[in-house]
Design a protein around this ligand. Structure first.
Ligand code: ATP
Ligand code: MG
Length: 396
């Protein structure tokens, strides 16, 4: 029945001279998202994007596009000529399929082609009356209708639709540069990665792994999360840092209650170093203020002190229930809750300091050869690339 999915862009239409570049990126990202679904074609038209289905299943297409940042909403559309009788007929056909129980409705019309014989209000009235006569179960409610039927008379044809499906909004991935996501196996960091992507950031990920204290399976879990994020960004590179020696050194030379803080500082040092080498300008973490005892402002202050890169914390003000909801929607939740150990859980001290002071943290590190530990860990780092729809990552 549907010929086209009409996709609407959001903020990117406001961005003045960058607009062309943003639109280009959005179109590329949309192409990548629907690649492999039938003979779908994408074009621009009158400030919006048309996804020509060419026989493909519209639901499948919308399910993919629903996750493309920069898209505000989508509607599956029936197209007709501008002949009024034909428009009426198509309208009835469409509504007969979607109205299955008593429903209130209204008609909205828009007219780009000013030579069309009826004005928009006239067209709405005419269509409304005809629909009411021809489709059972409908009654009019112009203020709070359950269903809005829209007719857009465009330059040469007319578009009819009833559904408006929300997209993620935001900006096209890649339009705001690149950041390095500290990806643990938990619930939060993949969500943080997605939130950054939604603001146009392309993501590389970094994971700190403490084999053999943590198992191959816990590493697999993180790889799987990177793979899922690649669905939304096209490609995600994952740096896997061999963290065991650092953990050993911390355990041996640092006070137990500060070991988590010191460990986090190493993570940031290494991540900043790798980011700088790759011309990446910011880090992203899944920290959320007060969520666990270690995520206090004092702790963030002490940890943050080792880097002068911006550390983006998209979840900082969010509640766990809302984070979990996004994780479920994203498809990362089920993987995140698999019960494999993380390097942090393994070395968790009995009574970690929740409000570490900077000076005591610095003092706690005095018996460590920080530079050498960082250097060695970086040398042993592996790099794997994950691509959308690809089963396994590729080593680089
Ligand atoms: P998450 O659910 O993302 O694991 P969390 O609530 O468990 O977060 P913490 O364990 O305090 O919180 O970790 C805070 C942040 O530090 C994580 O969101 C992540 O960005 C980073 N992080 C923690 N452990 C690792 C790791 N092994 N590798 C990479 N990043 C990590
Ligand atoms: Mg965690």
């Amino acid at each position: 029945m549907y010929a086209i999915v009409l996709a609407r862009m959001g903020e990117i239409s406001l961005k003045g001279k960058n607009r062309a570049d943003f639109e280009k990126r959005l179109l590329e990202n949309m192409h990548r998202a629907v690649k492999g679904i039938g003979k779908v074609k994408i074009s621009r038209s009158e400030g919006r994007i048309l996804v020509h289905l060419n026989g493909a299943d519209y639901q499948e297409v919308i399910e993919k596009l629903r996750w493309v940042p920069g898209l505000v909403s989508m509607s599956p559309v029936i197209t007709t000529s501008q002949n009024l009788e034909e428009i009426k007929q198509a309208a009835v056909q469409l509504l007969q399929q979607v109205v299955l129980k008593p429903t209130t409705f209204k008609v909205e019309s828009r007219r780009a082609n000013k030579s069309f014989p009826l004005t928009s209000p006239e067209l709405s009235k005419e269509l409304g009356a005809h629909i009411l006569r021809s489709v059972p179960n409908l009654s009019v409610d112009v203020h709070h209708p359950e269903l809005t039927f829209t007719c857009e008379v465009r330059a040469t044809d007319a578009y009819l639709y009833v559904e408006v499906i929300p997209g993620p909004g935001g900006l096209p991935v890649g339009s705001s540069g690149k950041a390095l996501l500290l990806l643990s196996g938990g619930i939060d960091s993949p969500v943080a990665g997605w939130m950054a992507m939604k603001r146009g950031v392309e993501i590389e990920a970094i994971h700190f792994h403490s084999f053999p204290f943590t198992s191959e399976r816990s590493r697999k879990k993180v790889e799987e999360l990177a793979q899922i994020l690649a669905r939304y960004g096209g490609r995600v590179r994952l740096h896997i840092v061999y963290f065991t020696e650092i953990q050993r050194a911390i355990r041996q030379h640092c006070p137990d209650e500060l070991s988590i803080t010191v460990m986090r500082r190493f993570m940031l040092r290494i991540a900043s170093r790798i980011a700088a080498e790759r011309k990446i300008l910011a880090l992203v973490t899944g920290e959320s203020l007060g969520q666990v005892a270690s995520q206090t402002l004092e702790s963030m202050f002490a940890i943050n002190h080792v880097t002068n890169m911006p550390v983006l914390r998209p979840l900082v003000a969010m509640d766990k229930v809302d984070i979990i909801k996004i994780a479920k929607d994203l498809g990362t939740y089920e993987t995140s809750i698999l019960p494999y150990e993380d390097c942090c859980t393994i070395f968790t001290p009995k009574a970690p300091r929740t409000r570490p002071r900077l000076e005591e943290t610095t003092r706690a590190e005095k018996n460590l050869d920080i530079e050498q530990l960082v250097q060695e860990a970086i040398e042993k780092t592996e790099l794997i690339s994950y691509y959308k729809d690809q089963e396994n990552g590729e080593s680089e």
